[in-house]
Write a protein that binds this ligand. Structure first.
Ligand SMILES: O=C(O)c1ccccc1NCC(=O)[C@H](O)[C@H](O)COP(=O)(O)O
Length: 207
């Protein structure tokens, strides 16, 4: 079975990027969606990304921004992967892949459950992330329905994960990976390097 994919999101300092890489993260996320306490600009992300080894993905997180703006920022920041966290269509994901980016499409659990069967089958071929309704808020959601009908392809679980609950949720829901932001912070938007290491250790203990 492939190793659990672990993404640490919302990084904005060289220290937290180094902590995530040293602890064995598979991906580090930079938020480009406006209005978040974690928002960084392309220049800062590009400089943070220089310390990231090639086998660790650098993920730019966007929400309902025009595709041209996403391409422009992702290119300037030199991220390997684009995560779309709004209502973006499959066509945007395909355009980004054609442009050379790896992709990750986030759905709130509500939006995922509301997808018509035919559309859900299309998304099964993509890497997707199932999140709480408000991204980056550290809130968990009722996973009963996800458990009843989990995505068939590669999918990450997010939403209120922390070092104390991640192992249990991985064992119960069996996602391909996990994504965390608030649960590894000492205060909103401020990463705690000890919690980052604790989270990755706890997640790996469930494999
Ligand atoms: O982190 C944000 O502030 C954010 C803002 C706008 C869109 C997406 C955002 N984060 C996306 C993530 O990938 C988070 O890691 C994910 O929502 C989990 O967050 P949390 O519940 O805080 O662990």
């Amino acid at each position: 079975m492939p190793q659990l994919y672990i993404k640490i999101c919302g990084l904005s300092t060289p220290e937290s990027v180094a902590a995530a890489v040293a602890a064995g993260a598979d991906a580090v996320g930079f938020v480009f969606a406006p209005g978040s306490p974690r928002t960084v600009d392309a220049e800062l992300a590009a400089s943070l990304g220089q310390a990231v080894p090639a086998d660790v993905e650098t993920v730019g997180v966007f929400r309902n921004q025009p595709l041209a703006e996403v391409m422009d920022i992702a290119t300037s920041a030199a991220v390997s992967t684009v995560q779309l966290h709004g209502d973006e269509p499959l066509a945007d994901i395909r355009a980004l892949r054609d442009a050379g980016f790896k992709t990750l499409r986030a759905f709130s659990v509500d939006a995922f459950e509301a997808l018509p069967e035919a559309e859900r089958l299309l998304w099964d071929a993509e890497r997707i992330l199932i999140d709480a309704v408000e991204p980056g808020a550290g809130v968990t959601f009722d996973a009963t329905n996800v458990l009843a009908e989990p995505p068939a392809g590669m999918w990450l679980l997010a939403g209120g994960l922390n070092p104390g609950n991640v192992a249990g949720l991985v064992k119960t829901l069996n996602p391909s990976g996990v994504d965390v932001s608030s649960g590894v912070e000492s205060s909103r938007g401020v990463k705690d390097n000890g919690l980052i290491a604790d989270f990755i250790r706890a997640a790996r203990s469930a494999e």
